[in-house]
Design a protein. Structure first.
Length: 230
């Protein structure tokens, strides 16, 4: 009787070991790659992936004095113009033709960061714009209301309206009792509302999306038939 139990136990243990071995082998096969296989390529940036594959054939009406690029990419740490500055600029053009008429992209996507300081300059000295919790932006500004100077702290979401970067305050704190803050907030709301046009980029680009990050506003712009170089 004891020998029968021992034999059954041995058969069961052997079966369990075999099942575990098969499971480990299958798991190893799934999570590993063949030795010497092709390495995974880099993950494309959101701008490139969102645009889709470029045309693989040049336009049929391409002239002798024109050059066609299926796609053209530009990365710049900083782009400065007379009235603006952008950082971490990533531009991807597709179906680009260069010739006597300049450099024209049939499709162009640009990701760029608008530093907080660029927006602050529009509001005047003493103003601070920075990131807030929950993907919001905070505006701290001293304003004059009802004959007094007040330090206003406004927090709001960043949206795109008519191609502009807009910060509409959701909460405004001026200190003091709630009923007084609410009354004054209605007066100063306009002074802490931001409407910003992103400058320094080719005409024809339209702002599509904006997010708040630690060093500024990350903007995505797109356009068609955009003239890059006059």
């Amino acid at each position: 009787m004891d020998w029968t139990r021992a034999k059954d136990w041995l058969i069961g243990a052997t079966g369990m070991v075999l099942v575990l071995g098969v499971a480990v082998a299958i798991l190893w096969w799934v999570v590993s790659d063949p030795a010497g296989g092709v390495e995974a390529g880099p993950v494309p940036s959101p701008t490139v992936g969102a645009e889709g594959p470029p045309n693989t054939e040049p336009p049929a009406d391409l002239r002798e004095d024109e050059v066609w690029f299926a796609d053209l990419a530009l990365d710049a740490g900083t782009v400065v113009t007379a009235g603006s500055m952008l950082r971490d600029v990533r531009a991807v053009g597709q179906d680009v033709v260069t010739g006597p008429d300049g450099l024209v992209a049939q499709r162009l996507a640009v990701d760029a960061t608008v530093p907080f300081g660029v927006v602050t300059d529009e509001l005047g000295d003493g103003t601070v714009v920075r990131a807030a919790d929950g993907g919001q932006a905070m505006v701290i500004r001293t304003v004059e209301a009802l004959g007094r100077e007040l330090r206003v702290v406004a927090t709001g979401t960043v949206e795109v309206e008519a191609g502009r970067l807009v910060i509409e305050p959701r909460s405004i704190d001026v200190g003091g009792p709630d009923f007084l803050s609410d009354a004054i907030a209605a007066v100063v709301r306009r002074l802490v509302t931001i409407e910003h046009d992103i400058e320094g980029l080719p005409d024809g680009l339209v702002l599509q999306d904006v997010t708040v990050q630690g060093d500024g506003f990350r903007a995505n712009l797109r356009g068609e038939d955009v003239k890059l170089v006059p």
